[in-house]
Write a protein that binds this ligand. Structure first.
Ligand code: FMN
Length: 179
């Protein structure tokens, strides 16, 4: 096989419901101290599985590092950070959220951080994904390519992989080499 290496990701996007808030709290280091049921459901974990883990348990590899650097800089200055975040589900799929992260204070003292999230429109997702791809390219010198496959093509690839006893990656690589 050639030097091309592709990851076949037949992963799906989960739409964030309009009528529910995805809520979490973390300690000052970013370890989850509370997760509501909506957060658990959308991420594919149970609240018990989320609590105690660093919040990067849902970090998606498509997210530029600088977005989180900016988030931490903002909240450590006791300001509110707002931004669009693509999160990783336990099953490898993703969901987009419009997030607001800020401090939780007791007697004026910063004790924890909290985050509340809402859905992102389809148009916003396209704009922000393009921007994040550009940022990731600059940060990692590595490009990401998305190919949209029809359901029929996915089924064909899966069928071919099965009957030739090879991986979906191999089938896609062979097709690309013939191009
Ligand atoms: C309250 C709060 C909520 C957060 N929510 C998310 C989130 O939904 N997704 C995410 O990837 N990072 C979230 N983060 C940022 C993570 O702590 C972490 O910085 C990020 O996932 C990048 O991982 P890294 O710092 O290990 O590179 C949150 C942080 C805080 C304080």
């Amino acid at each position: 096989m050639g030097s091309k290496s592709l990851a076949y990701t037949g992963f799906f996007e989960t739409e964030v419901p309009e009528d529910e808030f995805i809520i979490s709290r973390t300690d000052l280091k970013g370890n989850i101290t509370y997760a509501n049921d909506a957060f658990a459901e959308i991420s594919g974990y149970t609240p018990e599985e989320l609590v105690g883990h660093p919040h990067n348990i849902v970090r998606h590899p498509d997210m530029p590092r600088s977005v989180f650097q900016e988030l931490w800089e903002t909240i450590s200055q006791k300001k509110t950070w707002r931004g669009l975040v693509k999160n990783l589900r336990r099953d490898g799929g993703h969901y987009w959220v419009s997030a607001e992260v800020s401090g939780v204070y007791k007697d004026g003292e910063l004790k924890e951080y909290k985050s509340i999230r809402q859905p992102v429109s389809q148009a916003q997702k396209i704009v922000i994904q393009t921007k994040y791809d550009q940022m990731t390219l600059e940060e990692n010198k590595q490009a990401r390519a998305i190919h949209y496959l029809t359901k029929e093509n996915i089924e064909k690839i899966e069928h071919l992989a099965k009957v030739t006893d090879s991986s979906e990656d191999d089938i896609i690589n062979q097709a690309i080499e013939k191009m």
